[in-house]
Design a protein around this ligand. Sequence first.
Ligand code: PLP
Length: 389
Amino acid sequence: MKILANRMDLGFKKHQDEYEEAAIRVLRSGWYILGKEMQSFEEEFAAYNSITSSKNKADSFCCTGITEQCDSTKVYCAGVASGLDALWIGIRMLGIGAGDEVIVQGNTYIASVMGITMNGATPVFVEPDENSQIDIDAIEKNITDKTKAVMVVHLYGQVTDMTRIVDICKRNGLYLIEDCAQAHGAMWKGQKVGTFGDVGCFSFYPTKNMGAFGDAGAVISHDPNFIEEVKTYRNYGSHKHYYNKVVGANSRLDEMQAALLKVRLKYMDEITDERRKLAQRYSERINNADIITPVEVDNSYAVWHQYVIRCKSRDKLIEYLNEKNIGSIIHYPVPPHLQEAYAYLGHKEGEYPITEEYAKEVLSIPMYNGMSEEEQDYVIDALNGFKCD
Ligand SMILES: *Cc1c(COP(=O)(O)O)cnc(C)c1O
């Protein structure tokens, strides 16, 4: 048996007719950018994330107030060209820039950090907790006069204690930014991620739980004026055709991706459900003292973008799995503070020991929609037969 770390073709094939119908509709429409498909996608994605749709809402959110209009029961959405652009523009529209600090977990994907530094702001790294999420106890120790925001990355589709994070942001007058690129539909106490803070940033890169068929992203907020600003910025700073309010960008969600994403969105609950079952099955059946399996913390609803195990002899485990034709991926081998791109920040090896340890130990095992029990059992048996020394 040969098992790939990820499969994108199966999700397409499951609803192939609908995807093809959507694509043909766009091709034949004669309208490809800034049209009805994007507009209806924005409305549907906002509704999907709306906290009013959940029975058991966490009743806490932090909207530091870009304008007076924040209404916790409403969610607004702007489509953009990618997840990185969602972060870059979302952070920019909060007015965060040079001289400002943003607190972020050290073990995140580099794009979270680039969203900060593209605006000229400085990332302040904190270590992850035992669940690979931001160490909440470390946040307040890192607040300075320059701190403007906390960015929470719902890494691997997991969710941490958002009640505590919202409280810290409120008490310290900080913006709360959520990087939801790996966590579409994940919840804390029944409330969807992306709605706890001032801005929620999503990626629809093809491998994400809610994948497009190319690059795509979105920004959500409780503040309609903020979303209007994002919409202006993404289109050359133009609020009205050929009238430009600000120097903006070209970062639009195109009609093709929007139409395809509307199909994906219809099946998100099904997609999440299937991933949760796969994760549960892994957690119940992987039984090896040398392998640490991930957990879903109380009150959270994880969407399992990745199933990330930890192992002291990770590199040996990869080789062992390769021999059995089982793919795996390291998310991520080099943490942002040690990347060449961020040499200018002046960080040194050993500065963030937990982040660095995780980079040596984490491994994402095969996990994709459409994975069969037979395939999963093959991976489980292999893992249970692995010996560390
Ligand atoms: C994928 C990802 C991004 C970037 O999204 P793109 O659409 O690839 O630009 C940002 N943050 C995290 C945590 C991601 O996983």
